[in-house]
Design a protein around this ligand. Structure first.
Ligand SMILES: C[S@@+](CC[C@H](N)C(=O)[O-])C[C@H]1O[C@@H](n2cnc3c(N)ncnc32)[C@H](O)[C@@H]1O
Length: 273
């Protein structure tokens, strides 16, 4: 039984993360994770992997709730892995790896990935490798955001095309990974069926986050989708970018609070025959 954690012969798609900022909305971000865990059938989960494990807190929670024998969290962000190491304990470990290329040889009872798959392209190819890692009766449980058409995402794309930011991107700002990579719910269901998984359960769910002010949305996206711009912008343009984004966003969603942030996500569960 060998697990392949590839040694990065390709350019990684990941970005620098700030765990503290990401965790500011920890409770809201965890909601779909708990719903995903509800889909997983309990019992007999000896070996499991959490792909794109982030800070590792939810990895440990999954291991505990599901009674996992041995859980490995995989991530490529040094900052996230440093945080995750604090949660390491007997039967849970964390390793550096690229989830786009991760696979294993039919020896996992659970492949879990919460809010991580959207960062990598070619979901059919990636899912094929993840499904190859499942033992008979092994379960796949994946959650991806699907809100690329929300003003919170469209406003940043708009601002990135304006100066003084556009020239830092060589005229081509980094694409929204959700827009570029995430498939439709029906495509995931069809893909999993074609990969031999019976009765895939795939659903689109809207999570409503109530913020005191629409401007709080900026703090949310700063911890996730805006990170791709920060990676390429010079440091002195980070705050001006956030200011321009805030102005554009508020012109689209208004300034009155409270604000109901409707956030679409796709939850995916399937089991190998
Ligand atoms: C939005 S966070 C989710 C973290 C965790 N699953 C959770 O639910 O809190 C996405 C994580 O995926 C990781 N990630 C993104 N692309 C990756 C890749 N190609 N290989 C490994 N990890 C990746 C990031 O470093 C980040 O920690």
């Amino acid at each position: 039984m060998t697990t392949t954690i590839d040694s990065f012969t390709i350019v990684r798609m990941t970005v620098d993360w700030e765990p503290d900022r990401y965790e500011r909305f920890k409770a809201q971000r965890a909601e779909p994770f708990w719903d995903l865990l509800e889909l997983v059938h309990r019992g007999g989960i000896d070996r499991a992997v959490d792909l794109g494990c982030g800070t590792g807190e939810l990895t440990v929670a999954a291991a505990d709730q599901l009674g996992v024998g041995r859980m490995t969290g995989v991530d490529s962000s040094p900052a996230m892995l440093e945080r995750a190491a604090r949660h390491g304990r007997v039967a849970v470990d964390f390793v550096d790896g690229d989830i786009a290329r991760w696979t294993s040889d039919c020896d996992h009872d659970l492949v879990l990935a919460n809010a991580a798959l959207q960062w990598v392209p070619d979901h059919r190819g990636v899912l094929e490798r993840w499904v190859a890692a499942l033992a008979p009766q092994g379960q796949l449980a994946v959650q991806v955001p699907a809100n690329h058409d929300h003003a919170s995402h469209l406003a940043s794309v708009d601002v990135a095309h304006r100066e003084p930011f556009a020239s830092s991107f060589g005229g081509a700002p980094p694409a929204d990974p959700v827009a570029a990579n995430v498939l439709t719910p029906e495509s995931y269901a069809t893909t999993l069926y074609e990969l031999g998984l019976a009765e895939p359960h795939v659903r689109l769910q809207v999570y409503g986050h109530v913020f005191d002010s629409p401007a709080d949305v900026v703090e949310w996206t700063r911890g996730t989708s805006l990170t791709r711009f920060f990676k390429q912008l010079p440091h002195e343009l980070h705050e001006p970018f956030v200011d321009a984004y805030r102005e554009e966003l508020l012109s689209r969603i208004g300034t009155d609070g409270p604000y109901f942030y409707a956030f679409k996500r796709i939850l995916i569960w399937a089991r190998k025959a």
